[in-house]
Structure formats: C-alpha cells, structure tokens
Design a protein around this ligand. Structure first.
Ligand code: SF4
Length: 365
C-alpha cells in the first residue's frame, strides 16, 4: 500500500506570487510543531501496520508557503523524527520532496537536499513571482538553480502555463534543456479565477494542449525525452500510450473511485482530498484522530461517491482507464477543473495523448 501526504507545514512565505493559491495566508507565521509532525508520522505507521501489505511505501511532500522560511534545525529535527516514528524499514521506503521558490536556499541546506528531492517553480517567461514589494524574483531563482545544479543537487521544475508564456514554448524548453532539468507544466488553478489578475492570465485546456503539442513538435524536446529526461505530462502520456494495447476487461470504476490519491494536510492538521483543499470537506484532523478514522469519515464517503460518478462520466470511455491510469486526475480534481474536463471530454493526459498519438479508430477514419 502507498500513502502520499502533502504537508502544509506553514503558509508563511517571503514572496507574494500573483497566482499563489495560499495568498490570503502568506503572512501567517504559524507552523506545525515537531510534536504534531510526529503525530502524523506515527499515525501513518500505525495505519500501515494494520492495513499495509508488507511492501508499503510513503511519499511526503513538504509544502507551504515557502518551506525554507523555516530554519535548517526544523528540517533536521523532522528528518530525525522520521527515523523514530516510521521505523528503519519503512523509513527506507519513504520519499521526501520539498517544493520551494528557491530564493532562501543556502549552503547550510545542502545536507538536507541529499535527503529530499527539491522542486522549484519557474515559468521562464513572466514576472508573476514577486516579493512583498512587487519585485520580480526570476534572476535570483535562476542564480540559485545554477548554483544548485553546479553542486550536484538534482532539481525538478514546475512551469505554470499562462497567457505570458503559452506561445513561448521554445524559450521554456531552452531554459530547462540547457540545464538538463526535468519539468512539469501545469494549468493555473481555475479556482483562483475570482482574483482579477489571475483571470487575465489564465489559459484554458485548449491553449494548454496547444502548448504541449508545440513542445512535442520540437526535435530537441523529443530527443531529451528519449534520452530519459522527464518532461511531464509528455513523459507520462508516452508511458500510458505504451500500455494502451495491454489492458483486459472493462475498468472497475467503483474500485478506482475508492482509491485515495494524495491527502492534503493543512497547517492545523485538517486532512482533505486534493479535490476539496482548502476548507471544504475535511476528513477530520490528523493531529487528533487516527488515519483509519479519517478514512472512514462521512466526508470521505462523499468524496468516494463523487469520484465514482466522475469516472463513469468522464473516464469510462478513455483508452487509459485501468490501463496505466487510475483516473485520479479526474476523480481528485477541484470542481472548476472537473467542469473543464467535462466540457473537454477528458483530462490533460487524454487530450495531449490525442494530439501526440490519436486513438486507433480516428487514425483509421
Ligand atoms: S480521462 Fe485522464 S484521468 Fe481519466 S482515465 Fe483518461 S487519462 Fe486517466
């Protein structure tokens, strides 16, 4: 069994990026205490001891705010706590990843970065990632990227596709390929559209798919992927296409809808499906209730029923469901993103796959 948690250790951040989904809380200095983090880890271990299969694994994604606002001693203590709470065996099968804006990373962090993977956000073309005074952080981020790669720290980037860079795919590719850095390109969360500046910037699924198609059309991008560099979701789609012919029987949407994907743990311990974070449909508090109890909550039952409906409506006719894809993108999407999937007839993966390699029926037509 696999347990994946996104832990919002604190919302506090030194930047004020225009499209941050935590904008209202970025000045809040509260953080999870070490005791609370130990409670989370012990809860995961107890759950796996009761229900695991023996070859269990845990993925911990440390998020904020900006996690590196917290002192190095905080992260060193979390590392030690893992060894104590998860036990030696499970600790070996636990991965840690931290999502950072990189502006605060310094030499004292290097020992930690051999323990956890570090992801950073850089869109290459735009000035949306700004500090509290509205000054762009891009130059600082590029300097940190180049320093970290020069000392051998593996990095992976996230690129938000917006109106600023949706037609600048060559520049995006050149930045990452020049450094041989893997990256994932994502859409701006439609849930943020109530903020005027986000509405102006956001592109929809059709423009996103065109960006993917344009990237794929670049021979240097294809060569990099063939050479093992991950550029997602292109790499993910190529894996799905490889499995496309190997499925058997109709997918079991009831079973797939019951699967948990990633659980978001808010700074106060409230646990959410990624579909409902934040502040809606909490399963309960992992600081106060065992994980098993959270997974038996009415909120989770409602999430599972909704996921099954979504899979039947959007994924059941997809060539990938049950053949490499569990439908998690659709079953765990926020409501506005799900509405977009309904009108497009699929998620990013299926839509990008259709432009890279149309389904056999349409190829024959
Ligand atoms: S529509 Fe997307 S999430 Fe659903 S099965 Fe297809 S690829 Fe997976």
């Amino acid at each position: 069994m696999h347990v994946g948690l996104i832990l919002k250790v604190s919302k506090f951040c030194n930047l004020r990026c225009t499209y941050c989904c935590e904008m209202d809380d970025l000045g809040d200095r509260r953080r999870m205490s070490l005791n609370q983090i130990e409670t989370v880890l012990c809860s995961v271990r107890t759950f796996l001891e009761a229900y695991g299969s023996g070859d269990d694994s845990v993925s911990l994604y440390w998020h904020g705010g900006e996690p590196l606002v917290q002192p190095v001693s905080y992260w060193s203590a979390i590392r030690e706590a893992q060894e104590g709470c998860l036990g030696e065996d499970l600790c070996r099968r636990t991965s840690n990843a931290l999502q950072s804006n990189l502006t605060l990373v310094k030499p004292a962090h290097l020992p930690l970065l051999s323990w956890m993977r570090i992801g950073f956000s850089y869109d290459v073309v735009n000035d949306l990632r700004v500090d509290m005074k509205g000054r762009p952080s891009a130059d600082q981020v590029v300097r940190k990227v180049d320093w970290l790669t020069s000392v051998g720290v593996p990095l992976a980037g996230i690129v938000v596709v917006s109106k600023a860079n949706a037609t600048r795919h060559e520049e995006v590719a050149d930045f990452y390929l020049a450094r041989r850095l893997p990256f994932r390109f994502i859409l701006l969360d439609e849930a943020l559209e109530h903020r005027g500046e986000v509405q102006v910037l956001r592109v929809g699924l059709p423009e996103y798919v065109r960006f993917a198609e344009a990237l794929w059309s670049l021979p240097r991008v294809r060569q990099a992927i063939a050479g093992g560099l991950r550029i997602d979701p292109l790499s993910e789609v190529l894996s799905l296409l490889k499995d496309d012919d190997h499925g058997s029987g109709p997918p079991d949407t009831a079973a797939l809808g019951g699967r948990e994907h990633l659980l978001e743990v808010d700074t106060d311990g409230s646990v959410y499906s990624t579909a409902d974070y934040p502040y809606r449909g909490s399963y309960g508090s992992i600081f106060e209730q065992p994980l098993e109890q959270l997974l038996l909550s009415d909120a989770r039952r409602r999430r599972v029923a909704r996921s099954r409906d979504r899979l039947d409506r959007v994924c059941a006719s997809c060539r990938f469901l049950g053949r490499g894809c569990s439908g998690a993108r659709v079953s765990h999407a926020t409501e506005p993103v799900y509405a977009e999937y309904v009108s497009a007839g699929g998620c990013e993966l299926s839509l990008v796959a259709d432009v890279i390699s149309p389904p056999k029926a349409s190829r024959a037509a």
